[in-house]
Design a protein. Sequence first.
Length: 276
Amino acid sequence: MDQSHAYHYGVMRRAIDAIDTAAAPLALEELAARMEMSPAHFQRVFSAWVGVSPKRYQQYLALGHAKALLRARHTTLETAQQVGLSGSGRLHDLFLRWEAMSPGEYGAGGAGLEIRHGQFDSPFGPAIAMGTARGLCGLGFAAETGVAATFDDLRARWPEARFTEDPDAIAPWVEAAFTGRGEARLQLIGAPFAIKVWQALLEVPTGHVTTYSDIAARIGAPRAVRAAATAVGRNPVSWLIPCHRALRKSGALGGYHWGLPVKRAMLAWEAARGEA
């Protein structure tokens, strides 16, 4: 990945703080000044990162953006496939291939698995990626939680597996995950209920959002909203399994395992790139 990604995310992260603490929308000059950058430099950074102006991007980062998304681009999942395949918005059908580990394999805690891992740059800061011979099984973001904690969090999910640092072995899948070029393979390692939830998330098109209750209904457990939300939060392959697109019915962002600023950045990045 281009090393400038981490820098761009750092600027965006500071922009979130500046926007949230401002009493009113900030002009370009004011927003740039709060981040100790010249307006011209700030404009270049954001245009390079996401392809729209800082003024427009600020609208996507606003706290009310999730509610606006829910009103305008809410996917109930019953119609997700038609919506997603109607244009170029659907990312996953183009390059993502996945398979689920059997319940018995999951119950063994990863015993017999060799999981290769590495640290990568991403549009959302440092990322830890893990993969088996069959595909990526873990992708976490460390900008808010720290690299060591992110690694430990993912590793603890498969305590009996053998872990080997080998970023080159999984680099092509990681590159495809963030660029959409090539093929990203996934191996979903989780309990059967969780895998159903993650499969439902895979049906949410890029630039669209859904709700936890919609996900519960989609998997045939409409009363299990809380359990579905928990499974969303335990998704081990963030971004590719787009748990950031799941919101509360009220339009609130809900939680995000790797930190809410990352979730907001992902939603804003997708919306802005869709516009660009």
